[in-house]
Unconditional design. Sequence first.
Lengths: 173, 173
Amino acid sequence: MKKIECEIIEVQDYPIPGIVFKDLTPVWKDQDLFNILIDKMTEIWVECEIDTVASIESRGFVVGAPIAYKLNAGFVPLRKPNKLPREVYSQAVSLEYGETEIQVHKDAFQESKKVLIIDDLLATGGTATAAFKLIPENLVTGFGFMVELSELNGRKKIEEISDARIESLVIYD
Amino acid sequence: MKKIECEIIEVQDYPIPGIVFKDLTPVWKDQDLFNILIDKMTEIWVECEIDTVASIESRGFVVGAPIAYKLNAGFVPLRKPNKLPREVYSQAVSLEYGETEIQVHKDAFQESKKVLIIDDLLATGGTATAAFKLIPENLVTGFGFMVELSELNGRKKIEEISDARIESLVIYD
């Protein structure tokens, strides 16, 4: 039986020199591992009455949408600029490399009471904290990540603005 | 009980004048509808022994990844240019508006026997046929779409290059 940790491929100097990129696609393409991955990332939150999963474009969708399905929750995409067709809120994002923005429809969380933020990777926490700021106050119940690069201190950055629970499946020191 | 068809919002002149954009996010954010959507899109393929679901970035991931999970299949992302970190195959895509390219890791389908292509929307068929060409011959077992805009003849375009089954949940004339 393959293990999730062992199938992640480290790609040197991608997308820019000095970055070691964690390629998660070998985990996702494996029938058993994709299933185990979603089950493990979901089971933590089963008793939390999550009604909405919000995920960040686009790798976040790959883990967030199945978790929403399994939790019987709705799914809200937090998207790159100019991708959503109706009125949006925007947040600037500082990434490990570069700057961008994420957006969400203004009516996305109208009926939400408990929101779970899911992304594939927690690095510096720039995307996760921007996601948090896009979601109305007090709705965020937790943050779930497939992989956490702990030396980049993203967890600390989230904890500075939110008391919500943070769970990562695979943590690199 | 809400209905999928009734929650899709038509946005005039987005992303360019003359296009009526189908905004599917109201369906996805609804707990019941997202669940029903994935169940309905999946049940068609349950007996087809699908081992891999391939979906197109990024809205395709929102439906494709949960379907992969539910079918106990692996998930392969077909991505926009320069997003995948290792060696890729590329295909040009003619869209309803504009041109782009989609890419996949060269080793993505190494262990696949039956591949299901999932996307949110079938319009002109440009993306779906490009996806088909990225997948090794004879592996594509079917195409599944949440919405089909039948007047744009995407179904016909797919049928010109593939005998695989094509299923759409909501069809607009």
